[in-house]
Design a protein around this ligand. Sequence first.
Ligand code: NAD
Length: 496
Amino acid sequence: MAVTTVIPHIIKGQEVSESASFSPVFNPATGEETAQLAVADSATVADAVAKAQEALPAWRSTGLAKRADVFFKLREIITSRQSELAEIISLEHGKVPSDAAGEIARGLENVEFCAGLLHHMKGEYLEQAATGINVHQVRQPVGVVACITPFNFPAMVPLWMVTAAIAAGNTVILKPSERDPSAANWIVKAFHEAGLPEGVLNLVHGGKDTVEALIEAPQVKAVSFVGSTPIAKSIYERATALGKRCQALGGAKNHMVVMPDADLDAAADAAISAGFGSAGERCMAVSVVVPVGDIADELVAKIRERIADIKVGPGTDPQAEMGPVITAQAKERIEGFIAGAEESGASVLVDGRKADLPTSGYFIGPTLVDDVVPGMPVYDEEIFGPVLAVARVDTFDAAVELINSNRYANGTAVFTRDGRTAREFEFNIEVGMVGINVPIPVPIGAFSFGGWKDSLFGDTHIYGPEAFNFYTRRKVVTERWPLPSESQVNLGFPTH
Ligand code: NAD
């Protein structure tokens, strides 16, 4: 049967389906093509940018309380219809609906945070900075913002970015992943239903060429990007060379240290949940467990036992806990890492290639690889799949050294019952987000999110308070209201 569904761009509130080219979208649980995605060429990008620029003066002048209203209404829309959005996510991404609902809940935190935009947009005021002189600082939007998002959180990551960008008075062009784009269309429509004026949030689809056209557009003043490290780095370099502000979040390799005093059952549960949830396709997934000392055998046995109970299947199966990976290419790549692990001398204790899996779609079973050390591709590379590595170390210091030597520094965790160990870990670890007995320490919406080193290029973290720094320019006004008698010529540099 011919595929007829076209996923359109949304420019100034209008769906645009015409396109010189299209790319297929697949259901990863079946391998079937579900839609054709309109791919924006440079003319379509230029149109979206022009519409965003046109909408800017009115939106930046809109009263803040009225802006906040959009977020209150948006919250209602997303909350009351979240199963609709979860189904879309599950169909195109493959994650099971309960996991999709979790992503929506975390995305909603950003809507809620932005409903408080009157507080976040407040400036500062200093009376009598010098005699008769007051100084105040205001926040103003940067202008047109480009938001480029990855496949693995097709609703949450767009909500990380567009919420604060819009709340701060900018206009936006969102470019979601071409692999699971429909959640972004749903979100843009929801914003319009919530009362956002047309042109404030626009959506274009496509890949590399579309992104490049967006970054190059002179009206685009800021770029938010989340995706893999090589692309994050190149986007950061390109955007900043053009004089634009840019925050580009990249890949990850997250370690979970388990100390000898930890509750090993709780640690094994956490390793399973954080390693295999969403088939390991989370930037905060635990991909390396680091048992310290002689608890390693016991911990590995507990993890292995639990793997046997994980139910892998499509999101349409209510029993399924873990879905497929995103594409046939991703499956092949991940299977290559498992084969490579064996070749490089690691021990593949559970081989997801040999699991009992649905025959269609891009499924891989949970995989456990022990005796992993730096230098092996299974350790060095971001796998982004259901492969949990175990890197055994003898001491706490060796665990810290291992993590601090890694190029990635998104998230990490320590499992311990000892407060002093936890404090040492927090103090010395060179990673942006740290969990203490929490395996996936994604900060709540009132804090900002970001890794260090090759996990983030740029100076500000994403969402939360730092987003209002990224999406605004500060203007400082110095004012004086002298009496005529106080005015005089003075060629010296003003001092107090
Ligand atoms: P990706 O880098 O392949 O794609 C991200 C975005 O960039 C997509 O919109 C894509 O269309 C676009 N793109 C692809 N190739 C491009 C190119 N050559 N030039 C310009 N743009 C291009 O990432 P992905 O596979 O969609 O997502 C998974 C990656 O994202 C993983 O590495 C994961 O760790 C990372 N990620 C990081 C975070 C974080 O917060 N640090 C969060 C989620 C995902």
